[in-house]
Design a binder for this molecule. Structure first.
Ligand SMILES: Cc1cc2nc3c(=O)[nH]c(=O)nc-3n(C[C@H](O)[C@H](O)[C@H](O)COP(=O)(O)OP(=O)(O)OC[C@H]3O[C@@H](n4cnc5c(N)ncnc54)[C@H](O)[C@@H]3O)c2cc1C
Length: 460
């Protein structure tokens, strides 16, 4: 019997009548658009989608799903590659219409509801000349991003998004609404800063903000033939960068051209303009770049520079893991593999961790990844479904070839759907056992399991 078969129309009407938002089912006008997410590979059909407008809607939706025996998924921004925000046959709690934001400019804090995207968050914070670490691109949702840690351009100065969380309004498995802070529920608050969607529905999140109007940022691109020199230079340069400067390196293709491969450096300097000029000079002066587009810009603009490389609905399969050093052999292997990439939208990226993000203790939050080093990311993106096998195969094979260089640490937010229990352990590392205790206390029946799951009945 399918989940749909046990749901009679009266019960669905009762749910619909109890929400200020709407309930969508297959056949409704907005159902098809609502079930689709950023990753076009994800094609799941919820029995019901509860488009919530507020906390009471979310609480009612959780209670309804539990009573009806429906699997729950939680959709924040709909950006996860793994697609766990959608369920096949269950109830999707969709926060896309929960867009409320409130900035307190004096206290330098901002509360935002669970359906807010980074583009929307940044805009509101920027009105007051404030910002916090958001994603490397702007269309990601704040909720899933922050609950999974949240790395981005400002992490050298201000740590991860999760490091800046002050409180979370959370609907728990029993439908209760908690204001979770370090004082009110210390263990749960600790777990929410990196433990993903395991503990409830975050209906709003409150952040500490930092004064920031402009950054000096942009792109420096070298010919692919210079990739080895560029990546070796990147390794040396990042050994002593100030906190304010974050540089990611990448092997990429020029937009619109499958043939023009590049070695690129994406830079973001969040310090004073004079310091930025000085700190960025060695990057500008190195080698013979074919493009140097670096200059002052509002932080929200910096946050959109890479957006076009990740079109909504494109097909995605990602893998990533941390490396402590960029060995010569690893650099050579990356160049060799990129030369065989099947899609011009694929890239090999090195995301540098340093500064504030590395000064937080490994067990101070649920995110243990506090070492100086690089997250090596293979964000594979292609447009034609006929190319899926080639791209997934290339990404897996490349990841396997890199594995001798990996530390046993993985970035939760970048998981694909086939990253299983071992990957989850590598993401939570030494924090896994404490997360398991918190999961057992707040969600012993694993109501919230469509995520990178901490199974409460698993052995620690
Ligand atoms: C193009 C692109 C760029 C990215 N860049 C970065 C980056 O720079 N740094 C980084 O760290 N990550 C990055 N990510 C990964 C991204 O942070 C994660 O996919 C994150 O989960 C997205 O959050 P979301 O709310 O949009 O996701 P969704 O797909 O809506 O949700 C993902 C998961 O989070 C949980 N969740 C979502 N909302 C809630 C909620 N309100 N309450 C409880 N649980 C919830 C659920 O378990 C859900 O399955 C990127 C992803 C893409 C596709």
């Amino acid at each position: 019997m399918t989940a749909l078969a046990v749901l009679d129309a009266d019960r669905i009407d009762t749910l619909a009548a109890s929400l200020s938002g709407t309930v969508l089912q297959s056949g409704d006008d907005r159902y098809e658009a609502a079930r689709l997410v950023h990753n076009g590979l994800i094609d799941k059909r919820p029995a019901l989608i509860a488009r919530c407008r507020g906390v009471a809607d979310v609480s009612a939706a959780v209670a309804f799903a539990r009573e009806a025996g429906l699997e729950i998924s939680i959709r924040g921004g709909g950006h996860s590659i793994a697609g766990r925000c959608v369920t096949n046959g269950g109830l999707m709690i969709d926060l896309a219409e929960m867009k409320g934001t409130y900035v307190d400019p004096q206290a330098r804090t901002m509360r935002a509801q669970g359906g807010v995207l980074w583009s929307e968050f940044n805009r509101e914070a920027a009105v007051h000349g404030l910002a916090v670490t958001g994603g490397a691109i702007a269309s990601t949702g704040i909720a899933g991003f922050t609950l999974g840690g949240g790395l981005g351009w400002l992490m050298g100065s201000h740590g991860l998004a999760a490091d800046n969380l002050l409180s979370v309004e959370l609907v728990t498995a029993d439908g209760a609404v908690l204001n979770v802070t370090d004082e009110s529920e210390p263990d749960l608050f600790w777990a929410l800063r990196g433990g993903g969607g395991n503990f409830g529905v975050a209906t709003s999140l409150e952040y500490r903000l930092h004064p920031l109007r402009e950054v000096v940022g942009g792109l420096i691109a070298h010919p692919f033939e210079a990739a080895r020199d560029v990546l070796r230079f990147y390794r040396e340069f990042t050994e002593s960068v100030p906190d304010a400067l974050t540089v990611f390196a990448g092997l990429v293709s020029a937009p619109g051209s499958a043939h023009l491969r590049l070695a690129a450096l994406v830079v973001c300097h969040a310090g004073p303009a004079e310091e930025a000029q000085k700190d960025l000079a060695p990057l500008r002066d190195f080698g013979e770049p074919i493009l140097v587009e670096v200059g002052p810009m509002p932080y929200p603009v910096m946050n959109t520079l890479l957006d076009d490389g990740f079109p909504r609905g494109a097909l995605n399969y990602w893998k990533s893991s941390f490396v402590e050093r960029l060995d010569d052999e690893l650099i050579d292997l990356a160049i060799e593999r990129f030369d065989t990439t099947p899609s011009p939208l694929n890239s090999i990226l090195f995301e540098h961790f340093h500064g504030a993000v590395t000064r937080v203790g490994a067990s101070d939050t649920a995110v243990p990844h506090r070492e100086v080093g690089y997250n090596l990311l293979l964000p594979s993106v292609w447009l034609d479904p006929a190319d899926t096998e080639a791209n997934v195969g290339w990404t897996r094979a490349t990841f396997d070839l890199f594995s001798p260089y990996f530390a046993d640490r993985r970035w939760l937010n970048y998981f694909s759907d086939d990253d299983g229990a071992d990957a989850v352990r590598a993401a939570y590392g030494p924090n896994y056992d404490r997360l398991l205790e918190v999961k057992r206390r707040y969600d012993p029946e694993n109501v919230f399991r469509l995520n990178h799951n901490i199974d409460p009945v698993a052995r620690g």
